[in-house]
Design a protein. Structure first.
Length: 317
C-alpha cells in the first residue's frame, strides 16, 4: 500500500509519515526543505520514506515525478494534504498569500485524482471555529479581533472548493480538524510551549495579567493525532468532517496549572478582565463522531505529553 503526505517536513506531517511507515505503507513525503535542514526528530520520522522537495505551484511536475517513482495506481490509497503556505504561520494576515493556498489545495486534489488515489484527507484548523463566529459579528458594535482569521478563512474556503471539485468525481473526500497539537519535536512558539519553558526556567507567569484564562481549549499529543488521521483515512465515512482532540477540553488556565504542578510551581498571575475574544463552547471539541465511525481514542493524557516533551527538550541541551 502507498500514501502521499504534503507538509511532511512539518511537526505533525513528519509524525504522520512515521506512523504510516509503521503501518506498512510506502510513503511519498512532500516537503519544502532539505531533510538535512530539519530537526533530528523530523529527520528520524522521515527515514524510510520517499522524500520529495516540491513546489505546490508546479502540479504537473509533481504528478510526473510521483508517477516516475511508482506512486500511482490501485495500491495508492491515501493523499493527506497538510501543507499550507504563508508568511507568518497562523498569524498571517496576507490575504493574497493565504488565497493561493486555496488554489494549491485544488491542485493537489487534481493530482490525487490523476494518480488514482482512493481517498483524499484535508487537514483543517481549530481556528476555523473562531473564524466562523467572527464573520457573523456586527462590526458596528463589536471590536473583537483575532490575527488568525485570514488564515482560517482560507482553510474554510479550501474546504468548500474541494466539495465543489468532488462533484466532478475523484478520490473520496474526508475532512479532519485537530485541536492544538503538542509533543516531541514541537519547535513552535505557541502559548503553552512558551509557558512550559518559563516554568522549566522557574520564571513566574504573568501572561494572564489581562485575562482570567477561562477560555476553553483542547490539546492532543502529536503521536495520537497522527494515528487519528490514519484512522479517518481507513475507516472514515465519505464527506464527513471529523474533530481530532483529547475528548476532554479544559479552560486554558487548567493546562497551565497542570504543567506547573508537574514541575516548578512558579507564581501564576491571573487578571480580572474578561477574555477579549470570541469564546468557543466545549461542544466544538466533541470527538464522538471519530470514536463512533473509526473507534479512535487517544492514548496519551496532557500530563503524558508534557512529560515526554520536557524529556525531549532537556535531551536537546
Amino acid at each position: 500500500m502507498k500514501a502521499i503526505v504534503t507538509g511532511a517536513s512539518g511537526f505533525l506531517g513528519s509524525h504522520l509519515v512515521a506512523n504510516l511507515i509503521k503501518e506498512g505503507f510506502q510513503v511519498a513525503a512532500i516537503g519544502r526543505k532539505n531533510v538535512s535542514d530539519l530537526p533530528a526528530i523530523r529527520q528520524k520520522n522521515l527515514t524510510g520514506s520517499n522524500y520529495f522537495i516540491f513546489d505546490l505551484d508546479s502540479p504537473d511536475h509533481i504528478k510526473s515525478k510521483l508517477k516516475e517513482s511508482g506512486f500511482f495506481g490501485d495500491d495508492l490509497k491515501y493523499f493527506f494534504h497538510l501543507a499550507w503556505g504563508g508568511n507568518n504561520g497562523l498569524s498571517d494576515i496576507d490575504i493574497e498569500a493565504q488565497s493561493k493556498n486555496i488554489g494549491r489545495t485544488i491542485a493537489t486534489y487534481d493530482i490525487a485524482k490523476d494518480l488514482n488515489v482512493d481517498r483524499y484527507i484535508f487537514c483543517g484548523t481549530m481556528e476555523e471555529s473562531f473564524a466562523e463566529v467572527y464573520t457573523n459579528l456586527d462590526y458596528n458594535n463589536d471590536t473583537k479581533y483575532n490575527r488568525h482569521v485570514v488564515y482560517a478563512l482560507a482553510k474554510i474556503s479550501a474546504r468548500h472548493a474541494l466539495k465543489m471539485s468532488y462533484l466532478t468525481n475523484g478520490p473520496e473526500l474526508l475532512f479532519a480538524t485537530n485541536s492544538h497539537v503538542m509533543g516531541i519535536g514541537d519547535t513552535r512558539d505557541s502559548f503553552l510551549q512558551v509557558t512550559l519553558r518559563k516554568i522549566l526556567n522557574n520564571e513566574d507567569i504573568f501572561m494572564f495579567s489581562r485575562s482570567t484564562g477561562k477560555q476553553i481549549f483542547d490539546v492532543i499529543d502529536v503521536k495520537d493525532c497522527a494515528k487519528a488521521y490514519i484512522s479517518i483515512a481507513s475507516k472514515g465515512i465519505l464527506g464527513t468532517s471529523y474533530w481530532i482532540g483529547s475528548g476532554e477540553p479544559k479552560q486554558l488556565k487548567e493546562y497551565v496549572e497542570i504543567m506547573n504542578n508537574l514541575y516548578s510551581k512558579v507564581k501564576i498571575k491571573y487578571g480580572n478582565s474578561l477574555y477579549d475574544d470570541v469564546l468557543l463552547d466545549k461542544k466544538i471539541f466533541n470527538t464522538d463522531k471519530i470514536k463512533l465511525d473509526t473507534g479512535f481514542l487517544p492514548s496519551l493524557s496532557f500530563s503524558d505529553t508534557v512529560v515526554q516533551l520536557v524529556d525531549y527538550l532537556r535531551s536537546q541541551k
